[in-house]
Every structure is written in C-alpha cells, then in structure tokens.
Design a protein around this ligand. Structure first.
Ligand code: SF4
Ligand code: SF4
Length: 175
C-alpha cells in the first residue's frame, strides 16, 4: 500500500496553508541566519499586524515588550501580493528547517514564555489526518526540538533594539 502524502502536501491541496495566510514575526537571529543562507536582506519589513490575532498575547507580557515595537509594528517576512510568504516555493518552503524563522519551526505548537502549551494552535486541517494519526507525528515534529527552538526564541526576542534601549534606560547612570 502506498504511503499517504505528507500532511502539508495534503493541506496545500485542501486549503490555503500557513505559509499563505500567516504573517511571520522574525527575530534578529532569524534575519542573520536567513541572510547568511540566501545572501539577501530584502525579505523583511516592519509592519502593523494584518490581523488583530497577532496582538493577543495576554499570557505573555514579554512578547508585548519585545516582538511588538512601541509603534505597534513587528518585523515580519515580506509576502507576495497573493499573501504567499516570500520563501514559499512550488514544493514548499525553500529554507532549510534550521534557517526558517523560529516561529515557522514551532508551528503549530502554541507557547508563551513559560513553555510549550499542551494544546496545538488552530489552522492545520485535522480532518485530513488518517487512521488516528496525531498531528505532531504527521508533521514529523518532536517536543525536544520544539523546546530547543522555544528557548532560542525567548533569548532572541530580548535582542530587539527598542527593548534593549528600554533596559539600558533603567540602569543607574555611571559616575
Ligand atoms: S503546518 Fe499545518 S497549516 Fe501549515 S501546511 Fe502543514 S498542515 Fe497545513
Ligand atoms: S519561511 Fe518558509 S515555513 Fe515560514 S512561512 Fe515562509 S515559506 Fe512557510
């Protein structure tokens, strides 16, 4: 019996995928890794969130202080006119896993600063899972990688220049 297609391939035939509908926040670390891999630096922009859902992080105050800039913008990957991510190719993402923005690697794990949550984010077509398949297994994801990426993410969001400037302003002046 032939193997079913990878869940993301099945998804792309069924609905718009996460790479076609998401606005992806990128850390400065993401930018460095992608620049190193692609040799380009024109793939991101600062932008007000296209969907209010990106501003809802009530259980994650550090996210507001870092990923969200004081003017409400976020550093995100550019998208094409049709909404596709600039790195979406005909066979999926053109970036290797460890070069993709950390948020892409973590999806659909949901999380806050404390850690990975016990439930997954909405968006993947659960109706395409076969014979009791779990989504995490179908996506070939594992918790160990997710925890490593989560740690990286919360280290890298602290590098945001506006956050660093705020932290420096809190330090007592040197004599
Ligand atoms: S991660 Fe989920 S939403 Fe994204 S392409 Fe795969 S199945 Fe679809
Ligand atoms: S960087 Fe890759 S995985 Fe992330 S949204 Fe773009 S195409 Fe999808």
């Amino acid at each position: 019996m032939s193997q079913p297609e990878f869940i993301c391939v099945r998804c792309s035939k069924h609905q718009e995928t996460c790479c076609q509908t998401s606005e992806v926040y990128t850390t400065l670390g993401d930018i460095r890794r992608i620049q190193e891999y692609t040799g380009k630096d024109d793939f991101y922009e600062d932008k007000l969130p296209c969907d209010p859902v990106y501003t809802k992080h009530d259980d994650d105050p550090i996210w507001y202080e870092t990923a969200m800039q004081p003017d409400g913008k976020r550093r995100v990957l550019k998208r094409r006119e049709n909404g596709d991510c600039t790195f979406l190719g005909s066979a999926g993402c053109v970036l290797p896993m460890e070069t993709r923005p950390i948020l892409c690697r973590l999806y659909p794990y949901d999380f806050n600063q404390t850690g990975i949550k016990t439930y997954l984010a909405n968006g993947c077509p659960m109706e395409l899972l076969q014979n009791g398949e779990s989504l995490v297994l179908a996506l070939d994801m594992n918790k160990k990688d997710a925890e490593r990426w989560h740690h990286m993410l919360y280290q890298e969001i602290l590098e945001e220049p506006h956050y660093q400037a705020k932290q420096s302003a809190k330090l007592p002046a040197q004599e």
